[in-house]
Design a protein around this ligand. Structure first.
Ligand SMILES: *[C@@H]1O[C@H](CO)[C@@H](O)[C@H](O)[C@H]1NC(C)=O
Ligand SMILES: *[C@@H]1O[C@H](CO)[C@@H](O)[C@H](O)[C@H]1NC(C)=O
Ligand SMILES: *[C@@H]1O[C@H](CO)[C@@H](O)[C@H](O)[C@H]1NC(C)=O
Ligand SMILES: *[C@@H]1O[C@H](CO)[C@@H](O)[C@H](O)[C@H]1NC(C)=O
Length: 342
C-alpha cells in the first residue's frame, strides 16, 4: 500500500477495496495495488489494474518449476519458529539472534537463481544458529519420520536433526528465489530432479553434514525395514551427507534399529541386503556398532496405535520362546482378567 501516500489516496484506496469486496464477494486476503493518475482539478483516480489473488482464484503466471512454491509468510514462519525454539522448546541453546538468523537465511537465496544456491551460501546462517547436540542423543533416520519424531519427543528423549534449531527452522518448508519482485518465487520451486543446487536441497545438505559432524557418544540410526527400495538407501541424506561426516574421535558406538511396520512386511533385517551394506561401511570406517530388529522401546511405541495386533500382545519375540504352553495359558488368563477389569 505504499502507493497511497497522500491524505486523499488512502481514502480512495480503502473505498475501492471496499467496493471490490462487496461486489465480488471474495473474502480471502488480496493485495491491492493502486495506480494513480492526476486528472484536471487535481483528482486522484484509483485504478485497480493489479489484483493479486490466491492461486485458487485466478491462475497466476505459469510455474517455472515442478515443485511447490515458497511457503506463504516465510519470514513470519521462520522468525516464529526461531523464537519458539529458543524461548520455549529448547532454551538450553542460549541466546540466538533470530533477526540475524532470518537475514542470513534469506540472503542465501533471495533474488537468486534457484538452481545455483550451494551449501556454502548458508554458512553464515549455520554459524548463527548452531548449538551443541547432547551426547548420546543424536538420531539419524530414513523413511520413518513420524515414528522418529514421536520417539524423540521434541528433543526430550533424542535429538534428531529436525529437533535442533537448524532443522526446526526448515522442517517441511519450501523456499526459492525470483530475480524480480519481492525476490521470492511463490508459485514454484525446482525439485532435486530439476537441479541439485536448489535452495532447499542445499540447506538440508549443509544441515545434515553439520549435524553429523557435531554428534557424539552413542548415536542411533533408525531405519524402515518395511520399504522395498532399500532400508539403507544408497542415495539418501544419511548415506551421502551424514555417514561420511561422523567422527571417529567423537562417536563411541552406532546403534542401528531396523523397525518394521506392525502390519509388516519384514523386507529387510540386520545383516541382510542394504542393512548389511551399512554394517560393512561402519566396519570399514572402524565404528563399533550394534544392530537390532524391531528394537523393543520403539516397537512398544508403535504398539500404542495397534494394541491388539498379535505383534503387540506378548512383550516381544525375543522373550517368548521360553514360554511353555502351560505358561502361555496362565499369561492369557491374566491378560484376559486385566482387559476385563478395564
Ligand atoms: C540482531 O541482529 C540484527 C541484525 O543483524 C541487529 O540489527 C541487532 O542489533 C542484533 N541484536 C542483538 C541483540 O544483537
Ligand atoms: C515404512 O515404509 C513403508 C513402506 O514405504 C511405509 O508404508 C511406512 O509408513 C513406513 N513406516 C514409517 C514408520 O514411516
Ligand atoms: C517474480 O516477480 C515478478 C515481479 O514481481 C512477478 O511478476 C513474477 O510473477 C514473479 N515470478 C514468480 C514465479 O513468482
Ligand atoms: C566439523 O566441526 C569442526 C569443529 O568441531 C570444524 O572445524 C569443521 O569445519 C566441521 N566440519 C564440517 C564438515 O562441518
Amino acid at each position: 500500500m505504499q502507493c497511497c501516500s497522500s491524505v486523499l489516496r488512502p481514502t480512495l484506496c480503502i473505498l475501492a477495496n471496499w467496493i471490490f469486496f462487496v461486489t465480488s464477494g471474495v473474502s480471502q486476503k488480496s493485495e491491492l495495488s493502486c495506480h494513480f493518475g492526476m486528472m484536471s482539478g487535481g483528482l486522484a483516480v484509483c485504478l485497480l489494474p493489479l489484483l493479486v489473488f490466491p492461486q485458487s482464484v485466478v491462475p497466476q503466471e505459469k510455474a517455472l518449476w515442478q515443485g511447490e512454491g515458497t511457503t506463504a509468510d516465510l519470514q513470519e514462519v521462520i522468525l516464529g519458529r526461531c523464537y519458539n525454539y529458543i524461548r520455549v522448546v529448547n532454551p538450553s541453546v542460549g541466546e540466538k539472534n533470530c533477526t540475524a538468523i532470518w537475514n542470513a537465511f534469506r540472503d542465501a537465496f533471495i533474488y537468486r537463481d534457484p538452481c545455483s544456491v550451494t551449501d556454502r551460501d548458508y554458512q553464515t546462517f549455520i554459524s548463527l544458529s548452531l548449538h551443541s547436540i547432547p551426547p548420546n542423543k543424536a538420531l539419524f533416520w530414513e523413511k520413518n519420520k513420524q515414528l522418529v519424531h514421536s520417539y524423540s519427543d521434541t528433543g526430550r528423549r533424542m535429538m534428531p536433526l529436525g529437533e535442533t534449531l537448524i532443522g526446526w527452522l526448515g522442517d517441511d518448508l519450501t523456499w526459492c528465489g525470483n530475480s524480480s519482485g519481492e525476490g521470492l518465487d511463490s508459485v514454484s520451486c525446482p525439485t532435486t530432479a530439476e537441479c541439485e543446487n536448489n535452495p532447499v536441497e542445499s540447506f538440508w545438505r549443509i544441515a545434515s553434514s553439520t549435524y553429523a559432524n557435531l554428534s557424539s557418544g552413542v548415536i542411533q540410526v533408525m531405519l524402515n525395514g518395511s520399504v522395498s527400495d532399500g532400508t539403507f538407501p544408497e542415495n539418501s541424506f544419511f548415506a551421502n551427507y551424514e555417514l561420511p561426516y561422523l567422527r571417529k574421535d567423537k562417536v563411541s558406538k552406532v546403534q542401528i534399529w531396523i523397525m518394521d511396520d506392525i502390519e509388516g512386511p519384514d523386507v529387510e533385517s540386520c545383516g541382510t541386503k542394504s542393512v548389511a551394506v551399512l554394517q560393512q561401511i561402519l566396519e570399514q570406517k572402524g565404528f563399533e556398532y550394534t544392530c537390532a530388529d524391531n528394537y523393543r522401546s520403539v516397537r512398544t511405541l508403535q504398539c500404542v496405535d495397534s494394541p491388539s495386533h498379535p505383534a503387540c500382545l506378548c512383550s516381544s519375540s525375543a522373550s517368548t520362546p521360553n514360554l511353555s504352553p502351560h505358561h502361555l495359558v496362565i499369561l492369557l488368563f491374566f491378560t484376559f482378567q486385566w482387559t476385563a477389569v478395564d
